[in-house]
Design a protein around this ligand. Sequence first.
Ligand SMILES: *[C@@H]1O[C@H](CO)[C@@H](O)[C@H](O)[C@H]1NC(C)=O
Ligand SMILES: *[C@@H]1O[C@H](CO)[C@@H](O)[C@H](O)[C@H]1NC(C)=O
Ligand SMILES: *[C@@H]1O[C@H](CO)[C@@H](O)[C@H](O)[C@H]1NC(C)=O
Ligand SMILES: *[C@@H]1O[C@H](CO)[C@@H](O)[C@H](O)[C@H]1NC(C)=O
Ligand SMILES: *[C@@H]1O[C@H](CO)[C@@H](O)[C@H](O)[C@H]1NC(C)=O
Ligand SMILES: *[C@@H]1O[C@H](CO)[C@@H](O)[C@H](O)[C@H]1NC(C)=O
Length: 560
Amino acid sequence: MLRALDLLLLPLLLNTLSASAASWNFVQNGTSGILALEAIIVSPTLAVFFDRASNDPLMINNNPAWGALWNLETNTASPLLVISDTFCASGGFLSNGTMVSVGGHIPAITAAVDGRMAIRIFEPCADPAGLNCTLFEDPETLHMEETRWYPSSLRIFDGSLMIVGGIHERTPFYNTDPVNNFEFFPPKDGGVPRPSEFLARSLPANLFPRVFGLPDGKVLMIASNQTIIYDIEKNTETILPDVPNGVRVTNPFDGSATLLPLSPPLYTPEVLVCGGTTTSPLIQPTNLSSQDPASDQCSRLTITPEGIKKGWQVEKMLEARIMPELLLLPDGQVLIVNGAQTGYAAFDTVPDPIGFQSNADHPAFTPSLYNPTVPLGQRISNKIMPTTDIPRLYHSVASLTPQGNILIAGSNPNGEVVNGTGEFHTEFRVEYLNPPFMSQQRPVLSNVPSKIAFNTRFTIGVDIPKGLPATSIKVALMDLGFSSHAFHSSSRLVFMDATLSFDRKTLSITSPPNNRVYPPGPAYIFVTIDDVTSAGAHVLMGTGAPPPVADQGIHLPSLF
Ligand SMILES: *[C@@H]1O[C@H](CO)[C@@H](O)[C@H](O)[C@H]1NC(C)=O
Ligand SMILES: *[C@@H]1O[C@H](CO)[C@@H](O)[C@H](O)[C@H]1NC(C)=O
Ligand SMILES: *[C@@H]1O[C@H](CO)[C@@H](O)[C@H](O)[C@H]1NC(C)=O
Ligand SMILES: *[C@@H]1O[C@H](CO)[C@@H](O)[C@H](O)[C@H]1NC(C)=O
Ligand SMILES: *[C@@H]1O[C@H](CO)[C@@H](O)[C@H](O)[C@H]1NC(C)=O
Ligand SMILES: *[C@@H]1O[C@H](CO)[C@@H](O)[C@H](O)[C@H]1NC(C)=O
C-alpha cells in the first residue's frame, strides 16, 4: 500500500522517469532550398535565410533565389524576392519590430544588384506561412553611407541598428580594404559615419566584430584579440584587456562570443569568448594550412571595474573549434555547436584545401553545454549530447527557435553552390537539435501581452504539467539574434523576476527596468520550470514606436 508521502512523491518520480527517457537528439528534416548562409527568426513560425546571389536550386522569376522563408511548422522553404546581393551581410530588428538586413556584395549573377550599401526592410510578418510577407528595397533612395561587406550590427538602447565595420569589397583573405567606422539605421550624425580607432587597430583579422549592448547602453566590442567599451553618447572608447594567450576571434579567424544571461537586480554583464585561433595575422594565407589546430580556449570577463581588474578567466572546451556557434538557451546555459577543429574560415585561400575549397577540416560533430553558474573547470560537458554526421563549416547558421529547439542549416566552404557528395559540398539539409523537453509534457503559456512596457509588473497564464514540482522557475526574455559567420548579432537573454500564484496557474513577472537592459523591440518569453522549458511567446518590448525612442523605465546605478 502506498503511504501518503509516496503519493505525494509519485508525480515527481514519474516525471524523473520520463525525463531520463528523453534526451538531446538531432533530427534532420527538410532542405533549405538556398544555402542558409545567414538566418534570422522573423516570426513564431518563420525564419528568413539569405545566401549570396549565386546558383542555388530554389528558383524565383526564372533565376536562382538567394533569399528564402523557412517554415518552422512544415519544414519547407519558399523563395523570397531580394533585389541586391546579400552575400555576407548582417541584420537585426528595430524597436518597431521591423527586421533590417544590411550590407552585402557585388553580385556574381546579373539578376542581382550591388548589395554593399543595402538596407533591406522586412516589416513584421503576421501570416504564419509568410503569405504576402516581402522584403522591401529601394537601392537608389534607401542605403547606407558606406559600402560594407562583412559588417556586424546591433540593436542599441534607442531601438536603432548600429552597423559596425566591414570591408569595401572582396580581398583574398584578410581585411585589407577596411571600413573603419560605424553608422546607424535610421542614420545619426546627419548620416556621417563615425571613425573608429578600435577597428583600425584590430586589423587585419577583424571582420564581423563581436558587439554587445551592455545594460547601461554602452557597447562592448571584440575584434581580433582586442576588446573595448564604446560609449555611443560620448563617442569615446575604453580599452579593456586583450583576449588572453594570443587567441583571435573574428573573421577569418572566427571564434565566437556571447553576452551571458543578465539577471536582476544588478544585471552584471559578463562576456564569454570561445574558439578561434592563435595564428598570427602577420602570416600570409599561402603559409596557412587547413590542418592548423584551432583554439580550444574559452575566456570569460566580467564587465565591471572589479571584473576588469581581475581579468579574463580561462578554461578549455572539449575540442578546439574554429567557427563555433555560441547559443544562449532559455535556462541560462550556452550551447557550443558547429565549426571545425582545424583550419580557418573563408574558402579557397590555403594551399591544402579540403574537398573543393574548404580552408577548414575535421568538423566538430558533437555539441557541448556551457553552464555559467558552476565553478571554473566544471562548466563544459558533452556527456548528454548527441553526435551528428553533417559538417557545419563556413557559411552555416544556427538559431534557437520559438519552439525552444535549435535550427541548424547551411555550410558551404566554397565560392558557389557545389552539388554532389564530395567532401564539404554545399549543405542544404536542415537539422534540429532537440533538448530533452521537446519530447516531454511542457509548461504552456497563455494570455501573454503582445506589448510590454519596461519596469512594470504583468501576469501571464501558465499550465504546468502535474509531474513538475516547480522548485525552480526561470523566466527568460530573449532576442534570438541574427546568425551570420559564427555570430548572433543582438542575441540576448535577460532573466525576469517572477512569482507563481498559489494555484500554480499564473506567473507575476517584472519586466526589465529599462530600455538599456533590453533594447526596445521584439523578444520571446520562455519559462523554464525545473528543467522543462515552454515554447516562447512573442512580445514587443517598449512602445513599438520606430527608432530612435527616448529612454524608458528607471535608471540603474551605472557600472563605471
Ligand atoms: C544542384 O542540384 C540541384 C538539385 O538537384 C539542381 O537544381 C541545381 O541546378 C544543381 N546546381 C548546380 C550548380 O549544378
Ligand atoms: C518533418 O517535419 C514534418 C512537418 O512538420 C513532419 O510532419 C514530419 O513528421 C517530420 N519528420 C521527422 C522525421 O521528424
Ligand atoms: C495577400 O495579398 C493579396 C493581394 O493583395 C490579398 O488579396 C490577400 O488577402 C492577402 N493575404 C493575406 C494573408 O494577407
Ligand atoms: C594581441 O595582438 C596584438 C597585435 O597583434 C599583440 O601585440 C598583442 O600581444 C596580443 N595580445 C595578447 C594578449 O596576446
Ligand atoms: C612563408 O614561410 C616561409 C618559411 O617560414 C617564409 O620564408 C616566407 O616568407 C613565408 N611567406 C609568406 C608569404 O608569408
Ligand atoms: C519601422 O521603422 C523603420 C525605420 O524608420 C521603417 O522603415 C519601418 O517602415 C517601420 N515599420 C513599422 C511597422 O512601423
